[in-house]
Design a protein around this ligand. Structure first.
Ligand SMILES: [Zn+2]
Length: 132
């Protein structure tokens, strides 16, 4: 499995995930919510971290059945989802399995998958499923 290695720009995001909170960035000047990896919005405005609702809507997904990278061989099939958060930014995450129950427009909610002592992956899952 390939895991993220947080840098200075996203360290707060990954630390919050370890404590079960989803952070998004927000521009203090215009109020626009931004993706965690975005670092700029209005000129001279430094984006701030805020706790997000953890709610969203499924926009799209794709099922991966062939692991082109051997690091993912043990996980196929798995599903990559694109969720529009209630705040606006779109977040890509993954789910185990073939995504047979997914439908565009369905409500999603965040869950947190503790993979190692240092890495917890935020994953959007159907809101109708119980958190893992
Ligand atoms: Zn702005």
């Amino acid at each position: 499995m390939i895991l993220p290695s947080p840098g200075a720009a996203t360290r707060a995001y990954w630390e919050a995930a370890r404590s079960g909170r989803l952070l998004l960035r927000r521009c203090p000047q215009c109020g626009q919510w931004r993706h965690p990896r975005e670092t700029a919005c209005c000129a001279d405005a430094e984006l701030e971290w805020h706790v997000a609702s953890g709610q969203g809507t499924l926009i799209s997904w794709t099922v991966v059945r062939l692991a082109l990278n051997p690091a993912f061989a043990a996980q196929v099939p798995y599903t990559i989802t694109l969720t529009r958060t209630t705040e606006g930014p779109h977040i890509i995450s993954s789910l185990a399995g073939d995504g047979h129950a997914l439908r565009c427009g369905m409500p999603m909610r965040i869950s947190f998958d503790t993979v190692t002592a240092d890495v917890t992956l935020p994953r959007f899952t159907p809101a109708t499923e119980r958190p893992a």
